[in-house]
Write a protein that binds this ligand. Structure first.
Ligand code: O4T
Length: 508
C-alpha cells in the first residue's frame, strides 16, 4: 500500500525509472490468459464495482474512523458485498482488489521480469532526506533485478540458506534454555506470559546472527539497551508507516506532524543500529578475511559483487524487516497450537519421530517435519503478515470479465482469501493437515508473495520459525486460558489487538 497508485516524484529518488506503460486500450487486447470462461463481452474498467465513490470523502472517513488498522476486515467485507473484484479509491490510493487464486495467478503471469509493488513514499522520503541508498525492497526496474539476483545467492537460494541454518538453530536452542531458566524460577514450574517481547528478541537475535555472524546477547538476563531501543524503533516505524501511506509526505513534513517526526526518529534509530552492526563486521573483515562462513554480510563483502553502500542498504532492510514479520506469525502459531491441543500433540509426535532416526543434519531434519511446516502455512493463511500482495500488470488484462489496463495497482486480498469458504473448507478451523492433502493448493499460500519478487527473507523467516517451534515444542507444552478468536489490527503488519497470554509447562 502506498500513497499513490501511479509513480510519484518521490519514487524517482530510488533510481526508479518512470515507467510509462505503453498500454493500448484494453478492449483492443485479447485477454491475457484464457483461464476465464470466454466472456460474452468484456466490461470496461469503469464498470468494476467500487467501494465508495469519492476518494477524499473515503480518506476522511478512513481517518475519522481510524479504519487504517481494520483494512483487512474492511477488504473482507467489501469482497462479501461487491464480489471477487472491486475498485477502491482512498485519497490518491486507487487499486483493483481481487481474492481468487486464479485471479492472483493471472496477475502474476503478467508481472514481467521487473515486478513492482507500491513504493512507500514516506520511506523513500527518509532515504532522500538522509542521503541513504535504497535496498531491493524500495528499488524497481533493472537496478532492482541486478541487486536482487546477487543477494538471492546468499539470502534465499538453498546453497545460501544451508550455510546459516546452524546459526538459527543455536539461537533457537538458546531460547529454550532462556525459557527453562525462567520456568525453574517459578515454584509451580510453569510460566504464563505475554511472549511478544521475547519473540522480538528471538527474531532479532537469530537474524542478526545469520546476517552479521555476531550474537547480540538478547537472550541473556540483561540485554543491551541499544538493541531493545532498535526493536522498539522497528515497531514504531511500522506503526507510523500505515497512516503515512495515504498522505503525501510533503504534506506531512509541512504540517511537521508528530507522526512524521516519530517516523523519522524511528528510521534514524534503525539505521544507527544497523550501521553499528555493519561497522563491526566491516572492521573485522578489513583486518582479515574470515576463514569460515560467518554470516550473510561477510559473504557479500567477500564476493564484492555489490558496492558497500548497497550492501549496507540491504542489510538494514533485512535486519529491520526480519523482526516483527517473523515474531508475529510465531505468536499466532503458538496461540493456535495452544487452543488446538490435538494439533500440538500431532506435531510433537512428528518431532519425536523425526528425532527417533538419530541426529540428522539440519536441512534433512527440516524436511522431516512436514506437519510443522504446514502449521506455519496455516498460520499465514489465517494471519497473513502483509494482508495483501501487490502488482502492476505490464499488459492490459481481463480479470473477472473486466478490463484492467496495464499499470493499474492490483492487490490480492490475502486475509479475505484465507478465510473464504469458497477457497478453504472450514476456513475458521486451524488445520495444518489441509496443506498435506491431495488437491490443488496453487496460489493459495501467498503469505511471502510470489515469483522473482517474493519476500527475499522468506527462507530465513521459514527456517527461524521452524527451528524455533521444533525446539520449543520438544521442551514445552503450550496452553492458553482464552480459546476465543483474537482480534487483529493492521499496523503495516498484522498483529493481535491484545497479545494472548500463553502458559508453558516443561514436557517431562
Ligand atoms: C519491507 C521490509 C523488508 C525495512 C524495515 C522492511 C521492514 C519490514 C517487511 C518484510 C514483509 C513485509 C510486509 N509488508 O510491504 C508486512 C522494516 C524494510 N519489511 O517489515 Cl528497512 N516482509 C514487510 S510488505 O512487504 C507487503
Amino acid at each position: 500500500m502506498g500513497a499513490s497508485s501511479r509513480l510519484s516524484p518521490w519514487t524517482a529518488h530510488c533510481h526508479i525509472s518512470r515507467s510509462f506503460w505503453a498500454g493500448r486500450p484494453c478492449w483492443s487486447v485479447a485477454p491475457m490468459v484464457a483461464t476465464q470462461p470466454t466472456p460474452s463481452r468484456v466490461l470496461p474498467f469503469e464498470a468494476i464495482p467500487r467501494s465508495g465513490h469519492n476518494a477524499w470523502l473515503n480518506l476522511y472517513h478512513f481517518w475519522r474512523t481510524n479504519s487504517f488498522q481494520n483494512l483487512h476486515y474492511i477488504m473482507q467485507k467489501n469482497f462479501q458485498r461487491l464480489g471477487p473484484i472491486y475498485r477502491e479509491t482512498v485519497g490518491t490510493h486507487d487499486s483493483v482488489n481481487v481474492m481468487l487464486p486464479r485471479d492472483a495467478a493471472q496477475l502474476f503471469q503478467s508481472e514481467g521480469i521487473y515486478p513492482r509493488r507500491m513504493g512507500i513514499d514516506a520511506w523513500i522520503a527518509h532515504r532522500l532526506l538522509r542521503n541513504h541508498k535504497c535496498g531491493v525492497f524500495l528499488m524497481n526496474g533493472e537496478e532492482w533485478r541486478a541487486d536482487r539476483l546477487i543477494l538471492n545467492k546468499e539470502v534465499i537460494n538453498p546453497a545460501g540458506t544451508l550455510k546459516f541454518l546452524p546459526f538459527l538453530n543455536t539461537v533457537a536452542e538458546d531460547f529454550v534454555d532462556f525459557m527453562h531458566r525462567r520456568v525453574r524460577k517459578n515454584t509451580r514450574r510453569l510460566l504464563t506470559i505475554d511472549l511478544r517481547h521475547d519473540l522480538f528478541r528471538f527474531t532479532l537475535e537469530a537474524s542478526s546472527y545469520a546476517l552479521y555472524g555476531e550474537r547480540l546477547g538478547l537472550l541473556e538476563e540483561s540485554p543491551s539497551p541499544e538493541s531493545l531501543h532498535f526493536i522498539h524503533a522497528v515497531e514504531t516505524m511500522l506503526r507510523t508507516t500505515l497512516p503515512l501511506l495515504f498522505i503525501p509526505p510533503g504534506v506531512m513534513r509541512w504540517a511537521n506532524h508528530k507522526l512524521w517526526q516519530d517516523h523519522m526518529d524511528a528510521w534514524d534509530s534503525i539505521f544507527k543500529h544497523a550501521d553499528k552492526c555493519i561497522q563491526n563486521i566491516y572492521q573485522e573483515f578489513c583486518l582479515g578475511k574470515p576463514r569460515k562462513y560467518s554470516g550473510i554480510m561477510a559473504e557479500l563483502l567477500l564476493h564484492a559483487e555489490l558496492p558497500l553502500d548497497s550492501i549496507k542498504a540491504n542489510m538494514t532492510e533485512f535486519t529491520a524487516g526480519s523482526v516483527d514479520t517473523t515474531a508475529m506469525p510465531l505468536l499466532f502459531t503458538l496461540f493456535e497450537l495452544a487452543r488446538n491441543p490435538h494439533v500440538q500433540t500431532a506435531i510433537r509426535e512428528e518431532i519425536k519421530a523425526a528425532e527417533a532416526h538419530g541426529p540428522k543434519e539440519l536441512s534433512k531434519l527440516l524436511n522431516s517435519l512436514p506437519l510443522l511446516k504446514a502449521a506455519i502455512k496455516e498460520t499465514l493463511r489465517l494471519y497473513p503478515v502483509g494482508i495483501t500482495v501487490q502488482r502492476y500488470p505490464t499488459q492490459d488484462m481481463v480479470i473477472q470479465n473486466y478490463c484492467v489496463p496495464a499499470g493499474t495497482l492490483c492487490q490480492v486480498g490475502l486475509y479475505a482469501m484465507g478465510r473464504s469458504p469458497e477457497i478453504f473448507s472450514d476456513p475458521e478451523l486451524y488445520s495444518p493437515q489441509r496443506w498435506l492433502s491431495k488437491g490443488d493448493h496453487s496460489f493459495r499460500a501467498l503469505g511471502f508473495g510470489f515469483g522473482v519478487r517474493q519476500c527475499i527473507g522468506r527462507r530465513l523467516a521459514e527456517a527461524e520459525m521452524t527451528l524455533f517451534l521444533f525446539h520449543l515444542l520438544r521442551n514445552f507444552k503450550i496452553d492458553t486460558v482464552s480459546k476465543a478468536d483474537i482480534k487483529t489490527v493492521f499496523g503495516f503488519i498484522l498483529m493481535p489487538e491484545k497479545p494472548p497470554l500463553l502458559t508453558f509447562r516443561p514436557v517431562d
